[in-house]
Write a protein that binds this ligand. Structure first.
Ligand SMILES: Nc1nc2c(ncn2[C@@H]2O[C@H](COP(=O)(O)OP(=O)(O)OP(=O)(O)O)[C@@H](O)[C@H]2O)c(=O)[nH]1
Ligand SMILES: [Mg+2]
Length: 748
């Protein structure tokens, strides 16, 4: 077990023990105490959050750059299918666990039909599955027939020529082909298929077959090996350079949550156009700082270590153009993987391995680089966690534990008095409590005011960001749509051979593909960066406001304690500031909020009335042809171009309308369903922290004071229980400082 895991388990145990201690305390008060139950919730939450906390590492890169091989190498076995296709883009998350298990998360029927609706924008208007899509349902035999016919006509018309349209039609035919086999797994609600232990490898039949994999949302593999450690998730983001912009959006969603991104490049191909595009997108998302590169060295490709170094130098130079000081690790994942699983290799691979092993210079280089990469990853993971996760929880637990000690002290002090003394003390405390309550109210009002202000600021920022008339991303997008050039002459042949309607369809396909791509590559990263900046703004604002109150509360509490001169109080000199910065992920989770997805930004096309675009083209044509009879021949030849021009204008208008309509909706969602709710949740979290702090010294003792006057109170029994609690609390404290010391070791 790594030090992190040991500390994590200790911390979880510690919060459980503290919660039990609080149970004992509650038994003493008999009537219950709001503060005690608040602390108990804190302890339980800490234990739960520790269990759920995940550090995410995204592995991305162009097709066949060795992503899956790299992930396999990290887990020391052939778990992920290597060399899958690109029709589907699945993010495969891999984690360590006690059991070997693959969970495939499947789309529900509504999602499948929606997907088909989107892709069938690629079909000529008369075959589209989305028009009146309330109708289309893959589960119905006649609907499948229609789709089948449309696809075969599309093929016959040879309209499937370039990548984009063929990707769309391959997607559609995959859905059709896979239907029978996948049907039993899919339902009206989201469902999943689990392959455990001996059946684990069967999951590959599913993910390795495009006709079934299209039905997948994503995949989680749990591996019974130590791998990179507990609570670390490595995601193989397959399809990063897929021609389908929706795939790009899915990967952006994972990237925006990842703590580290590993970009894989094959030494065989070096840095390619697709890499540059993808990396620019990463840069636009504002997350280049968390990217490192792995160059997967193809040992058969390079004659010697020198020639490998030549390639690496070139790669480094290419990368520096886009990332100023790229952190690069170069090794052969495949070699390292084969080396780890030698006994499972086929004779051919074993040959390959022994051949590679003879290249000692390259092997030594790769091994050293691999060791360097592992050390880097390990360090990154440890630092991230000790700083953010453990430290935070430990601080809160420390507040609770010293609070409990004080609580015990108060109880003791009261029990030693007679009813007159207790009453006098209660009166004194009453005055002090008044002051505490006033401070509590002030902090609350300040927080309320801050939240109000921050919400207004965020509303304004969102409106500005989505303003179609300003100079932001949306305005640029609209400008892009306007300015999209359609070179009519390029379509002259097509107008002749395929006719007007089909040519218009072709123009529309190309146009839509370019707009989608622009959305994915330029708009999405900006939206993601904007959301992150708003989150940061929220955190900084609240932390700045609340921070100083931390010590103010502590001072007030010290005065309160002064009223009980004979009580031993723990006053922390280094009381941590009130803040929520490092807790945002937990806060989001607790409030069941998730960032609006990049995929959702792209859904504008659901609004496009393609039929309207096409029909206009058609009527226009009929009209113009009629008129053409009355015109000179030269002019008549121009007519289809004029009609096309009109149709293109209409197409742009229609697209612009749908983009604006969709983004307006999206904007309101971001505002009201996410950011403003997040502000409330963050403020509530801060409020909770503050109340925990007040409780720290200022427990409500009125109940006990009252009971002291009652003759039947068994003082001796209570004192005995308190003494027992004191001992336990003391050991909790020792354990906390113990963990604290080790934590410093971890983050060093
Ligand atoms: N020689 C050599 N081949 C490698 C290395 N890493 C991967 N390969 C091979 O390259 C091919 C692609 O590797 P994958 O790991 O499937 O690549 P990927 O990036 O996951 O591919 P996609 O998921 O299809 O995008 C496979 O046939 C691997 O065996 C390497 O370090 N050296
Ligand atoms: Mg792969």
């Amino acid at each position: 077990m790594s030090l992190y895991e040991t500390l994590k388990h200790q911390l979880v145990q510690l919060s459980d023990d503290t919660a039990t201690l609080l149970d004992d305390a509650e038994k003493i008060t008999e009537t219950g105490d709001e503060g005690l139950s608040r602390w108990k919730i804190t302890c339980r939450t800490i234990a739960r959050q520790m269990h759920e906390e995940t550090m995410r590492v995204a592995v991305v890169g162009a097709i066949k750059s060795g992503k899956s091989t790299l992930v396999n190498t990290l887990f020391g076995g052939d778990f992920l299918k290597r060399g899958a296709g690109v029709v589907t883009s699945i993010v495969t998350r891999v984690r360590c666990s006690e059991k070997l298990r693959a969970t495939l998360f499947l789309k529900n029927w509504a999602a499948v039909n929606e997907d088909i609706g989107q892709a069938s924008l690629l079909l000529p208007a008369q075959h589209r599955a989305d028009e009146g899509s309330a109708g289309f349902d893959l589960r119905r035999e006649p609907d499948r027939r229609i789709l089948e016919r449309a696809l075969s006509e599309l093929a016959a018309d040879q309209l499937i020529t370039n990548d984009t349209r063929s990707a769309g039609s391959v997607l559609l035919s995959s859905y059709l082909t896979g239907f029978d086999r996948v049907q039993p797994y899919i339902g009206d609600d989201d469902s999943n298929a689990v392959f455990e232990n001996g059946r684990f490898s069967q999951h590959r039949d599913f993910v390795g077959d495009d006709t079934m994999a299209v039905y997948l949302k994503d995949v989680l593999l749990e591996i019974d090996r130590p791998g990179p450690g507990e609570g670390v998730e490595i995601a193989d983001c397959q399809g990063s350079d897929s021609p389908n912009p929706l795939h790009m959006a899915m990967i952006q969603d994972y990237l925006s949550m990842a703590h580290l991104t590993v970009y894989a490049i094959s030494s065989r191909t070096g840095v390619r156009q697709a890499d540059i595009r993808f990396l620019s997108m990463i840069r636009n998302m504002g997350i280049m700082d968390s990217v490192v590169f792995v160059v997967n060295c193809d040992l058969s490709e390079h004659e010697s270590l020198d020639s490998l170094h030549e390639s690496l130098k070139r790669i480094q130079a290419d990368l520096s153009l886009i990332c100023p000081e790229p952190e690069i690790f170069s090794f052969s994942s495949l070699f390292l993987l084969m080396d780890q699983i030698e006994d499972q290799l086929s004779p051919r691979d074993r040959d390959r391995l022994s051949h590679w092993r003879r290249e000692t210079a390259m092997v030594d280089f790769c091994s050293a680089e691999w060791a360097r990469f592992q050390a880097f990853l390990d360090h990154k993971i440890r630092r991230e966690r000790s700083a953010l996760l453990l430290k935070n929880h430990l601080e809160r637990l420390e507040i609770v534990s010293s609070g409990i000690s004080n609580w015990i002290g108060f109880q003791h002090a009261l029990l030693t008095r007679d009813s007159g003394g207790a009453k006098a003390l209660a009166d004194r405390l009453h005055d002090q409590r008044g002051r505490l309550d006033r401070l509590k109210l002030t902090v609350k009002n300040t927080l309320d005011g801050a939240v109000h202000q921050v919400k207004n600021d965020m509303k304004r920022a969102v409106d500005q960001f989505f303003d179609a008339h300003g100079d932001g991303a949306v305005a640029r997008l609209i400008h892009f749509v306007h300015g999209y050039p359609v070179e009519m002459q390029r379509y002259a042949d097509s107008l002749q051979s395929a006719g007007f309607a089909r040519t218009l369809y072709l123009v529309f396909q190309e146009f839509k593909q370019v707009v989608d791509r622009h959305m994915a590559e330029s708009v999405n990263p900006e939206v993601i960066r904007f959301l992150q900046s708003q989150e940061r703004y929220l955190v900084d604002y609240l932390d700045d406001i609340a921070g100083p109150y931390g010590s103010m509360i502590d001072d007030a509490l010290a005065r309160y304690a002064g009223a009980l001169d004979d009580v031993k109080m723990t006053r922390r000199e280094d009381a941590p500031a009130l803040r929520i910065g490092s807790e945002m992920e937990a806060i989001r989770k607790m409030a069941a909020l998730s960032r609006p997805t990049a995929a959702a930004t792209m859904h504008y096309s659901a609004q496009i009335k393609t039929e309207a675009v096409m029909r206009l083209g058609f009527y226009k044509l009929v009209n113009l042809v009629r008129q053409a009879f009355k015109r000179p021949a030269e002019k008549a030849r121009q007519e289809p171009f004029l009609a096309m021009d009109a149709a293109v204008k209409r197409m742009k208008r229609e697209t612009e309308r749908s983009i604006l309509f969709h983004l307006k909706d999206h904007k309101e969602n971001i505002k009201f369903q996410y950011l403003l709710k997040l502000a409330d949740a963050a403020a509530a979290a801060l409020q909770r922290q503050m109340l925990e702090r007040f409780q720290h010294h200022g427990a409500d003792l009125s109940q006990l004071v009252q009971r002291i006057g009652e003759t039947q109170l068994d003082k001796e029994k209570i004192t005995a229980s308190l003494e027992q609690m004191e001992a336990t609390a003391g050991s909790v404290k020792t354990r906390i400082s113990d963990i604290k010391a080790k934590l410093q070791q971890l983050s060093a």
